[in-house]
Design a protein around this ligand. Structure first.
Ligand SMILES: Cc1cc2nc3c(=O)[nH]c(=O)nc-3n(C[C@H](O)[C@H](O)[C@H](O)COP(=O)(O)O)c2cc1C
Length: 225
């Protein structure tokens, strides 16, 4: 169902109409463009998006039995991958959702994102918030470390905020999004930076040496920075 935006829009509208409680539609990552089902859910009135669910995977193939793992009575099926291994994929998907919802052309600036996928520390939570999430959820992390770990994560998040002088989540939510760009832009930025460094290295005349920058200028002549 999560891979079919039309169906999702219809079912989310039913849920939305059946309760006054806030509704977050939870997205599957097993789709090329996670923004398509998210857009459909939000169009039907959902208050926000939570993402991601587990990633379909095959854990391995046993080289003795020659069967996929894990097995039940010798047989298997693709299962849900979770925990820190999925965090980079979850971060990317939350970034894409934030762009679609809250970006310059964002279609749903007033709806929120609850990020899930490999959150095991306050620093992990901070990364998702920097990419636009308002809240995070933890599943595998708590299964591994126990409920007591939530307090540790809160302390770690507070320490991160204290270090940067952030008093609220809103003070840094989405801050990192502005640094995503395109391949073409990165290539152009690198070209310009190289050009500037090349020009800085080209000290042809004695008069170009500056007293205050003598060490920096000599360093440029001998290094490949
Ligand atoms: C054992 C297990 C059971 C899960 N059951 C559900 C479920 O019933 N419904 C659901 O939406 N997600 C379920 N999930 C997905 C998690 O809620 C979460 O989206 C996913 O595991 C990624 O987060 P994590 O890395 O913190 O585990 C389950 C995950 C695990 C590991």
């Amino acid at each position: 169902m999560g891979q079919d935006p039309e169906l999702l829009e219809e079912i989310c509208a039913w849920v939305r109409g059946a309760t006054k409680l806030p509704v977050w539609a939870k997205m599957t990552p097993n789709i090329t463009h996670i923004t398509d089902p998210a857009r459909a859910s939000l169009a039907s009135g959902c208050d926000g998006i939570s993402a991601i669910n587990t990633i379909l995977s095959v854990m391995g193939v046993n080289l003795e039995t020659l069967r996929p793992e894990p097995t039940v009575e010798g047989y298997s099926l693709p299962g849900g991958y979770s925990g820190k291994a999925v965090r980079p994929i979850a971060l990317r998907m939350v970034m894409e959702l934030a762009g679609m919802m809250h970006g310059e052309q964002g279609a749903f600036p007033d709806r929120s994102i609850s990020a899930i996928g490999g959150v095991e520390s306050g620093d992990d939570a901070a990364q998702f918030i920097l990419l636009g999430a308002s809240t995070v959820q933890v599943c595998t992390g708590v299964m591994i470390h126990g409920y007591g770990h939530v307090k540790t994560m809160c302390d770690q998040l507070e320490a991160f905020m204290g270090k940067h002088g952030f008093e609220t989540i809103e003070a840094f939510r989405g801050h990192a999004l502005q640094y995503f760009s395109s391949h073409a832009d990165l290539v152009e930025r690198q070209r310009q930076a190289r050009e500037q460094k090349k020009q800085a290295r080209e000290i042809g005349k004695d008069a170009q040496w500056e007293c205050d920058r003598f060490v920096e200028q000599s360093d440029m002549l001998v290094s490949n920075k």
